[in-house]
Write a protein that binds this ligand. Structure first.
Ligand SMILES: [Fe+2]
Ligand SMILES: [Fe+2]
Length: 184
């Protein structure tokens, strides 16, 4: 019993388990990103001043998702079991923030991409030379996520009323779903 107490030290993952986890969570994340932008576009429609910018970001997310669909097959990784949740929660987050206004929609993108940028960076650090091709893919995508975050900031994300609260809540939520997708 006393062995269970004290600091929990996670055992290092095997390379296979690490890759399986990376690909599963990134696949889920890119799926969620597409759904967030779809939710925002559903609210804004085609004629909103931000719609073409959001479409541009969504098209990059489509490419990211396509790549992870392929990587899931190539690496024989297990997709997350909670895709239906992603499907709804991503869309709801996008649509919900868009309903609060343009700046809130941008704050959503800012928060999500901030977490994803850090997340990709950590994954890249955890990979070794054997997985260089995967690391290069993650780095390319990470740079596009940083671009999305900058677009959001340039379009008023940080001027959202209650920015700190909204930004913090979304970041917490995204971190939580990452933890879930890594495991199930
Ligand atoms: Fe992405
Ligand atoms: Fe993105």
């Amino acid at each position: 019993m006393s062995k269970m107490k004290g600091k929990h030290v996670p055992s290092p993952l095997s390379r296979e388990a690490l890759l399986d986890r990376i690909i599963r969570v990134d696949h889920a994340g890119e799926y969620g990103a597409v759904r967030i932008y779809e939710g925002q576009l559903a609210v804004f429609g085609d004629n909103h001043p931000m719609s073409s910018t959001i479409k541009h970001m969504k098209e990059q997310e489509d490419v990211h998702l396509e790549r992870f669909n392929k990587l899931i097959r190539d690496y024989n990784a297990r997709p997350t079991l909670i895709t239906p949740l992603w499907h709804m929660a991503g869309f709801a987050l996008g649509a919900g923030t868009a309903l609060l206004g343009t700046k809130a929609a941008m704050a959503c993108t800012e928060a999500v991409e901030e977490v994803i940028d850090k997340h990709y960076a950590e994954q890249i650090d955890s990979l070794d030379e054997k997985d260089r091709t995967l690391a290069e893919t993650l780095e390319k995508f990470r740079q596009e996520e940083v671009e999305h975050k900058q677009i959001a900031i340039d379009n008023g994300a940080q001027e959202t009323p209650g920015h700190g609260l909204l930004y913090g809540a979304i970041k917490l939520g995204v971190k939580a779903v990452i933890k879930v997708a890594e495991r199930i």
